[in-house]
Design a protein around this ligand. Structure first.
Ligand code: 5GP
Ligand code: ZN
Length: 142
């Protein structure tokens, strides 16, 4: 299996550093985050090393996505939180610190201090339709 020697999550997959596992199969590993934001915060990774959504094999991602839903459902049943946040940061600019694709699964309750932080002013004015059309076109054609 293709892995990176200096990657902390590859080391977890290989058992070179300890982790608290939830489940695993040939393709994925679900384990507890060592710095949990809330009780039940865990991570799901493909065992094979990919940096993030920009390079991951799409057939593998389909398998990972299915397991992500399974893990989110388990966490939801285990803790009955107000909601479960599932998120992946792609690139340092998005907050990715460990460069091995991982999805956070985080139980979240009303009033939690964490979440996506949009600026206060972001709802002040709707974007003009022409601008949304132009930006959508840029994304569509990329
Ligand atoms: P990122 O900021 O890259 O989206 O998230 C990386 C996550 O990996 C963080 O939530 C961090 O707590 C977790 N993490 C970093 N090192 C380890 C480790 O050695 N073991 C475990 N279980 N989690 C880790
Ligand atoms: Zn890795």
């Amino acid at each position: 299996m293709s892995q990176s020697n200096d990657c902390i999550f590859c080391k977890i997959v290989k058992g070179e550093i300890p982790s608290t596992k939830i489940f695993e199969d040939d393709d994925v590993l679900a384990f507890m985050d060592i710095f949990p934001v809330t009780e039940g915060h865990c991570l799901l990774i493909p065992k094979k090393h990919y940096v993030n959504l920009f390079d991951v094999d799409l057939d593998l991602l389909a398998k990972v996505s299915k397991k992500l839903a399974e893990l989110a459902r388990k966490v939801n049943r285990a803790f009955s939180p107000d909601g479960v946040l599932t998120a992946a940061a792609n690139g340092p600019g998005a907050g990715q610190e460990v460069p091995h694709l991982h999805f956070h699964v985080i139980p979240r309750n009303e009033g939690a201090e964490f979440g996506f932080h949009f600026p206060e002013s972001y709802r002040d004015s709707m974007a003009p339709r022409e601008e949304l059309e132009r930006i959508a076109k840029t994304i569509r054609e990329s």
